[in-house]
Design a protein around this ligand. Structure first.
Ligand code: ITT
Length: 196
């Protein structure tokens, strides 16, 4: 049992890097989705969108695929940007600028990151899990690590933004790491079944 092909159904380099590390002890041969492959995210929840992406990529490639749909929900903005986190503006820089500007009138800075993961084999969903991380939006950017909204998201109870943490710490406390903790035993079961 070695080198089972698994396509990371994402075009987001930040996510892909995190999955390469999260999956390094598993016997998968990680593949990227076909270049330029576009999937319309028509779901109304993170989980629905993760499912749509995992199924589309698995059908396209014929391999097992893992998709991640994630985003940041800000309490004072009624949960926005939520599932529209990547569509909120055109670049990480602009998304951060827009969020800080929209949040300016509010003293409530509470926010929550969510990450839904789905593994599919063609049209069949094999595993799906969701992880969360509670925190606050800072008033300015802090730190240089990570990607996306990391420089303005400070984890509850910790004085650091995701961008001030190293990878290990972000995975320990973050939404993707928390989702992966749930995914791990399911992945092990899948691999055992595959051996039989
Ligand atoms: P794929 O659909 O191709 O995976 P995407 O970037 O469009 O890439 P999403 O639709 O799941 O992915 O959007 C998630 C957005 O939420 C993404 O653009 C990031 O800006 C943000 N995001 C998700 N996880 C994050 C994290 O760990 N740190 C910072 N921002 C994150």
């Amino acid at each position: 049992m070695d080198n089972i092909p698994l396509v990371i159904a994402s075009g987001n380099e930040g996510k892909i890097k995190e999955f390469q590390k999260l999956l390094e002890d598993f016997p998968f041969k990680l593949l990227t989705q076909p270049f330029g492959f576009e999937i319309e995210e028509t779901g109304t929840t993170f989980l629905e969108n993760a499912r749509i992406k995992a199924i589309a990529v698995s059908k396209e490639t014929g391999n097992l695929s893992l998709a991640d749909d994630s985003g940041l929900s800000v309490e004072a903005l009624g949960g926005a940007p939520g599932i529209y986190s990547s569509r909120y503006a055109n670049s990480d820089e602009e998304r951060i600028k827009k969020l800080l500007s929209e949040l300016k009138p509010y003293s409530n800075r509470k926010a929550k990151f969510e990450c839904a993961l789905c593994i599919a084999s063609r049209e069949k969903v094999l595993v799906e899990v969701t992880g969360f991380c509670e925190g606050q939006i800072t008033f300015s950017k802090k730190g240089n690590n990570g990607f996306g909204y990391d420089p303005i998201f400070q984890v509850s109870g910790l004085g650091e933004t995701f961008a001030e943490m190293n990878y290990e710490k972000k995975m320990q406390v973050g939404h993707r790491g928390n989702a992966f903790k749930l995914l791990k035993p399911e992945l092990k079961k899948l691999l055992t079944l595959n051996e039989k």
